[in-house]
Design a protein around this ligand. Sequence first.
Ligand SMILES: Cc1cc2nc3c(=O)[nH]c(=O)nc-3n(C[C@H](O)[C@H](O)[C@H](O)COP(=O)(O)O)c2cc1C
Length: 248
Amino acid sequence: MKTVRDTLLGRRSIRRYEREQILPEQMSFIYDAIRNTPTSYNGQQFSVIDIDDQAMKELLYSLTDQKQIKTCSHFLVFCIDYYKIAMGAEAKGVEMPDFPKTADGVIVGVVDAALAMMSAIVAAESLGLGTCPIGYARTAAPDEISRILELPKGVFVVCGLALGVPREQPDLKPKQPDDLMFFHNKYSTENIPRRVLAYDQVIKEYNSTRAGQKSDNDWVKHIISYYTEAMNYNILAALQDRGLGVER
Ligand SMILES: Cc1cc2nc3c(=O)[nH]c(=O)nc-3n(C[C@H](O)[C@H](O)[C@H](O)COP(=O)(O)O)c2cc1C
């Protein structure tokens, strides 16, 4: 098993996998790590759908165009889950408030599911496995994916995670430097444009020199092009359809 330091600092998204499957004992460790994720109120407002059926993976691939889904060994779908507690409330005759329909209810579920995904990433990486989060599992076809996964009301996909035996070792992406990422005691807007442009240049250089597929992408314009694409997603409607949403 890798050290914590090597696990965290050597992690990079892996998008190509060997045909070899992940061992059951490795999945069992990943499950344990997911289950021990800290959650708001200990409410454990999340569930994970572990997909290893090839036909199901191909179906999700056809909807998302993310080839990692069909080539990975296990595709984990991390969902906000208020269905389980609602069923508990019904069984005990307790009234379930409309918490899933509040901004905080959605944030609580997203944070829990995202932390659970990170637990899985760290556990898998420590075993030498490769991981890649797949946000398109949420955005590409929310209604159809919810239907295929047979999600009950109160359950909403936050993110997918492809897991497999790595078949590539891409260069680590340079991340924002300390002076852009960390602030001392309070936020400081000083010199942010200059620091952002310096980082933009670092990414441009990385993209033009990295091993494998090179590009002339910068950071700012490239990320904003993703935001522009994301303006077409109607996630609020998808959330509301799942019995969640933001009414207040
Ligand atoms: C919430 C989330 C969603 C993501 N969705 C996708 C995706 O749909 N497809 C993909 O190839 N990578 C996806 N990624 C991976 C990011 O592109 C990747 O983390 C980022 O480029 C930084 O690279 P690194 O993970 O190698 O450090 C996602 C990452 C996160 C955290």
